[in-house]
Design a protein around this ligand. Sequence first.
Ligand code: SAM
Length: 220
Amino acid sequence: MFDRISGFYDVMNSVMTAGLHHRWRERAADLARVGPGDRALDVATGTGDLALELARRVGADGEVVGSDFSQGMLERARTKAADTPGIEWEWGNALELPYPDDSFDAATVGFGARNFSDLERGLAEMARVVRPGGRVVVLEITTPTRPPLSTFFSIWFDRLVPLLGRFAADPEAYTYLPKSVKRFPGPEALGGALQRTGLTDVRWILTAGGIIALHSGTVR
Ligand SMILES: C[S@@+](CC[C@H](N)C(=O)[O-])C[C@H]1O[C@@H](n2cnc3c(N)ncnc32)[C@H](O)[C@@H]1O
């Protein structure tokens, strides 16, 4: 499915969020607390926007790896980042990351965790490859519980997004999107899952009226 939608994924993101997704990725990269010379991993990187945000922070002396299991998405990321130094795009399954323990200063995932077939395993893998003291960050869509946002969200996500998907010629992918958000744990439960992987200092920020959750924690 992700190979199929890779060609119009970026445009759909900008249309669905009115361009706000860039700001959310900036905030996620801030929470990773990486700086010049650091090594960061962006899991389920897709077309690479969050990895590019990390690359801006680690600079030419650092390294960012954007990992994904969709070659179509990775191809888009490669094209987009052709002029960015210090960034590698690598095929990898988030549930079985092909990296040794403690090999990164931070690991992030943006709008990817809800697609993991085993969430706790994916989170545990991110924590495993980050060194003690490094950061794990999860940026996700979440379901707002209070009106008026919950009403707006339900109309937007259950009706308009599938309709937009039909225009983008992939109705299946954009009916899957609201379903995947609904079955994903809420902010509190996701915080609990991060704690169970052994992370300390687990916190989350809700933004965009409670539609977007940014979770972070520190590896013990
Ligand atoms: C909704 S896109 C998010 C892309 C990007 N991180 C972003 O911020 O826009 C979800 C991505 O997760 C990837 N993905 C889902 N499950 C995965 C897994 N188990 N291993 C690697 N990539 C995975 C998909 O291929 C897809 O590129």
